[in-house]
Design a protein around this ligand. Structure first.
Ligand SMILES: [Zn+2]
Length: 175
């Protein structure tokens, strides 16, 4: 489905404004680009009150974007929200002015969340596993930085490679 041009514009505006914050902020949009609700969070998560979670109508077919202060990829919690609330799309913006997006297609497969956990998508332990496989040592120069990049690349590859299997559209780009 073609995205509403007002939605594209307002998403860009909000993501550019929030991508560098030191705490997460979540913004819920309607498909025609109106801001429905905004939540302020901590460095690592958006704080959404339980009455909002329970309000199914709030999420139905809408778009949630939020910033990841450390620039990491979708977390299992993000995908949990995406699967269990009737969102059409979930997005992240990062301090390096990039965005990631997942859009549900027809027959979207809810098993994505379990599979993501099983494959440890983008997790710290997966990063360590990959680093060891690639012969990196913990005392190597820039290890933390390389580990960080490995985690993001693993998640990026995973979401790219599994789009057909779980029926979603995966997109990333520059803000
Ligand atoms: Zn997130």
């Amino acid at each position: 489905m073609q995205k509403d041009s007002n939605l594209i514009k307002t998403l860009h505006k909000i993501e550019t404004k929030y991508c560098n914050l030191d705490h997460e902020t979540g913004v819920l949009f309607s498909p025609d680009g109106k801001i429905i609700k905004e939540w302020i969070g901590t460095e690592d998560e958006i704080i959404i009150p339980s009455e909002d979670f329970k309000n199914k109508d709030l999420w139905e077919s809408n778009i949630l974007t939020h910033n990841h202060t450390r620039g990491l990829h979708f977390s299992p919690d993000d995908i949990d929200i995406f699967v269990n609330l009737s969102l059409a799309e979930i997005r992240i913006s990062t301090p390096s002015k990039t965005y990631f997006s997942i859009i549900k297609n027809k027959d979207f497969n809810l098993k994505i969340y379990d599979e993501m956990l099983k494959d440890k998508v983008g997790s710290f332990s997966k990063g360590i596993e990959l680093a060891i496989t690639q012969g990196m040592t913990f005392n190597s120069k820039d290890f933390a930085n390389k580990l960080y990049n490995l985690r993001i690349k693993h998640a990026d590859d995973w979401f790219k490679n599994n789009a057909d299997k779980y029926n979603y559209t995966y997109e990333k780009g520059k803000l």
